[in-house]
Design a protein around this ligand. Sequence first.
Ligand SMILES: [Fe+2]
Ligand SMILES: [Fe+2]
Length: 151
Amino acid sequence: MENEFLELIKPIIETENYQKMKNYFHHDTTSTYEHSISVAYLCYKYHKKHNSKIDLYSLIRGALLHDYYLYDWHHKNEGHRLHGLRHPKTSYKNAIKDYGPLNKIEKDMILHHMFPLIIIPPFTKAGWILVYYDKVATYRDYKKNRKGKKK
Ligand SMILES: [Fe+2]
Ligand SMILES: [Fe+2]
């Protein structure tokens, strides 16, 4: 990973709460921590490849915090039902608390990343980039884990 990318993610990923995401499984054995960094990196690569005018700082923050819900969603008995629909709001609230204030781009990215499961689409380009790369990373997470199981 490029130094510029590592410098951008450092202030967030080195905090105690963000490190907790290493313990929450997101997709099979991929942690929410690993998943979120992969998504942020895909967004970063997109930005560089397309010489994007989108604010890189916001794009990376929105990507890093989109799944900042801070629990293991597999534990249904702990009140995490309807996780798919609710976690964007939980992530947003947690993100404001720990890294706020958030700007309009970051807010849009986090709240609307589950489109089309949630019916309201993003209204920023950064939001659409996240919708796309979150799904790419999710597909890769499951594929990687399935490969691992076959061995
Ligand atoms: Fe999510
Ligand atoms: Fe995600």
